[in-house]
Unconditional design. Sequence first.
Length: 220
Amino acid sequence: MKNEAIRHGWTLADLDKLARSVVSNNRAWWPAGDRDDLYAAAWHGIAEALCEADEPPRRTELLEAGRRALTEDVKANMRHHGARTDGTNNGLKFALYWRWHGRTTPSPEGGIVERLALEQILAALTPRQREAFTALAAMDDYPSAARLLDIADQTYRSLLGRARGTFRELWHEGETPSAHWGCDRRAGCAAGSVGVGESAVANMRRRARAKHTTPRKDAA
């Protein structure tokens, strides 16, 4: 499957090599970063550029698309951890995030507050929203969680999205809720799939087939 062309003659194996090259060539940016996350960001940037291209893209164009995606992912991660680039960085957010890690003897207050907040927020969600989180925790991928709740895949995604939005609003109560960032790789997973790349391409193919065929009922 990895050597089967997916678009414009490019294969999954090609995308894997390109994503690895992007992460390897730019490893000096964020040496402490998680390599799997960096790879996923680059891979998705390359895959999106390939799928959106009307003409066969050159290798350098796909590498650049992966580099741009990696840049945005690293910047988003740095912003989440308190870094700013607008000239107003006074270190307050950075200190807030890293203060606990820098203590000689870590204090338990942060963990206690977070666990209490988690219990309070979960109790404030609707029963259906709690079921969405529980199903994902139990099944670890979106399609299986949807089947567990006996609802359509897209209905589950919408339910989970609303639940996450409510959770963020309550977690940041009194502040501006954070925007959704990062990417949940479980969204494209299916039982037996290997790696983020294959599941993403499988979804792309499924959508393409759905345009030209009558949807069939899943086998019981």
